[in-house]
Design a protein around this ligand. Structure first.
Ligand SMILES: [Zn+2]
Length: 326
């Protein structure tokens, strides 16, 4: 999640199953909390020095994500260098695809940014107070290794299911913390009308509340929330009503502070799914470490996204376009 600055306006797995039960055990397997923890421990390790865009350590993170996309069996997008899309020298978005069977020109995007603010020497707004042990590395476990782990695991899940009628793109954006630069670049590459929806995933690893629910930023701008909840209730297995909530900060700034926004400006129903509240004490703090995340909760949210997007990837649901952003 980008810091709010006022001037900014702006494996083929073989499962033989009945659809619902099989989907559920596949989800249990792929979204296992240990798999999530593994990905996040790699991305948020001290050796990656907070993944500041353009650095060698940021590039190591990109290589790791590309390797996970390869393991998932994702394809490439024409015009890119393998899984890498150059945004500017040494800055790369990482993009993998599963081609749609009958509607390949209609795109469903799952995204999350993989860059973070680096260290005290790169972070434009370094934390000066209570990093107890003189820790100067902003690990960014929640912001946003948690979202990247979700995107990687959703890629593995949908590739294993292998029944998407629309094309699904899985994207790890660079340069989010420095002004949504990777997503702005990509939003100018695709024809907006070809993008059915962007589901951006941000900070789903931690909450200070006891039983928090994921929420959708700027939910009132389209009917995506309704679609996700209807599908979740139809295909999910825990039957929680209104699993996805509205943005608690709707009149605030969360909607314009992440990689959904450049797409939303072009009319694409593009929202971020989040868990963490804006007041999180480890936000842009050196203690945003892998050890502080709730992996069981993350698993539940990613399952929710997988089940909630069933009709979108199958081509049965199309969210309303965003008309005007107030
Ligand atoms: Zn951030």
């Amino acid at each position: 999640m980008r810091l709010f600055i006022k001037s900014f306006i702006s494996i083929q797995l073989l499962f033989s199953f009945d659809p619902v039960k099989g989907q559920s055990s596949l989800a249990d397997y792929i979204f296992h909390h240990d798999s999530l923890r593994y990905i996040i421990e790699v991305l948020a390790s001290d050796s990656l020095l907070g993944r500041f865009a353009g650095t060698a350590e940021n590039h190591k993170a990109a290589l790791f994500i590309a390797d996970e996309f390869k393991k998932a069996g994702l394809g490439h997008v024409a015009g890119n260098n393998g899984y890498f899309q150059e945004v500017k020298p040494a800055w790369f978005n990482v993009i993998g695809a599963i081609k749609g069977k009958s509607k390949p020109r209609q795109l469903i995007i799952f995204s999350a940014h993989y860059d973070h603010v680096g260290t005290d020497s790169t972070n434009p707004f370094p934390h000066d107070k209570f990093a107890a042990d003189n820790d100067q590395i902003y690990n960014g476990a929640n912001d946003n290794a948690s979202g990247v782990a979700a995107v990687i695991c959703l890629a593995k899940y949908f590739k294993a299911l292998n029944n998407n009628e629309r094309t699904i793109l899985f994207i790890a954006f660079t340069g989010e913390e420095l002004g949504l630069l990777g997503s702005q670049f990509l939003a100018n590459v695709f024809e907006p009308d070809s993008i059915v929806t962007v589901i951006n995933i941000e900070m789903i690893g931690r909450s200070e509340f006891k039983n928090p629910r994921p929420y959708i930023t700027g939910y009132e701008y389209s009917d995506l929330k309704k679609i996700l909840n209807r599908n979740y209730e139809a295909f999910g297995d825990s039957f929680e009503k209104e699993f996805f909530k509205g943005d608690p900060d709707f009149k605030g700034s969360l909607f314009i502070r992440s990689d959904n926004y450049p797409f939303a400006l072009k009319g694409v129903p593009a929202h971020s799914i989040m868990l963490t509240s804006p007041a999180d004490k480890y936000y842009h703090h050196p203690d945003d470490e892998a050890s502080t995340l709730d992996y069981q909760k993350m698993k539940k949210i990613i399952r929710g996204i997988a089940f909630g997007t069933t009709g979108l990837v199958k081509g049965n649901d199309t969210p309303t376009r965003i008309k005007k952003i107030y």
